[in-house]
Write a protein that binds this ligand. Sequence first.
Ligand code: UD1
Ligand code: UDP
Length: 381
Amino acid sequence: MEQLRIMSVFGTRPEAIKMAPLVKELAGRAEIASLCCVTAQHREMLDSVLEVFDLKPDWDLDIMTPQQTLSTITSKCLLGMDEAVDKLRPDMILVHGDTSTTFAGALSAFYHKVPVGHVEAGLRTYDKYSPYPEEMNRKLVTAIADLYFCPTENNRENLRREGVTEGVFVTGNTVIDALHTTVRPGCRFSTEILNALPYDSKKILLVTCHRRENYGQPMEDIMAALAHIARSHDGVELVYPVHLSPVVQACAKKHLGDIPNVHLIPPLAADEMHNLMARCFLVLTDSGGLQEEAPALGKPVLVLRRETERPEAVAAGTAKLAGVAYADIVSMAHQLITDPAAYAAMAHAVNPYGDGLACRRIADAILWHFGRGPRPGDFTA
Ligand code: UD1
Ligand code: UDP
């Protein structure tokens, strides 16, 4: 029997980290030819992930430009995908999550009448503009997809409420599979500042922030709050690998550029980021991926957003929605830094997002779809 040609499409850092273990799992199946098409919506941040996971794309659209708009990303992906699909002739296209690459990848698959598998399906805030444009991207991909790989039962329930019940699997999130390959005790960092940090005597706060809906006043307030937290607590060192978006870079430098216990550093390679998270005290972030990784590593998370499509860690007590208001962020961080009981109540490892076997379930589900294997069982937290 001929091999199934399964093409994974991704373009940003988080998609790459979460698709890398799946591309490899598919490559390990005799029934499957695992193909990889990158849009390079992110260039440097994507290439770093490809290097960490030793992935060689079969096709590279190389679309990134500085200050790119949503329209340019989507249209360049869509145009570039035509040739990739024609040349690579996939039997199924896999997209991940909710970026512009995800939406354009799914739409292109539809235009070519190729079935779509949606990895990380069923996340919702039910707020069209938050996160923006991700909430709409994932809803549009739901309309196009044929197979839905939900990380959690809650995600499946979201799809069920929208009438989507066929081809739905609860697999766990592939980010946990990735985490299992990257975290190693005693890891040395390539950034010397990180090797020199006083992990035992000071509290390391790990920060990231990049969401488009936070651009402007919310991001100004977040960064000002972070500056206040660092200035008012001698015992903390704040480490912030700053996203390469020029908007984020400018805002971070303006508020945090000149504070002795704040370390603004370039984006970290995924393995180093995961190992830094494993050694830090607290995570403050608006990132989706970090909200999933930190609970698995037993690290409390303050979510720098008004809502989250990842309520599982909040329910488990290891994440709290801090919002985007200066006073709220300052007071919630202050409590965790100064009150050991409040900290202990949040700092316990939970795995609502996966058990490290998501990629195996997704590969099995794809084979089941094509009549080449049994239906896999669901992930239960
Ligand atoms: C994108 C996704 C967002 C995801 C985030 C992960 C969309 C609309 N947004 O947002 O869902 O959470 O990625 O980080 O799909 N840049 C570089 N080099 C890089 C990467 C980015 O220079 O390697 C700069 C470029 O100037 C680029 C800008 O960052 O124009 C913004 O990148 P873009 O992909 O448009 O948006 P993100 O905010 O990264
Ligand atoms: N990450 C990384 N280096 C960094 C910051 C984040 O490797 O400097 C990883 C992080 O561990 C997670 C993913 O990137 O796996 C999250 O990406 P991002 O926050 O850019 O996007 P989101 O998850 O919000 O879509």
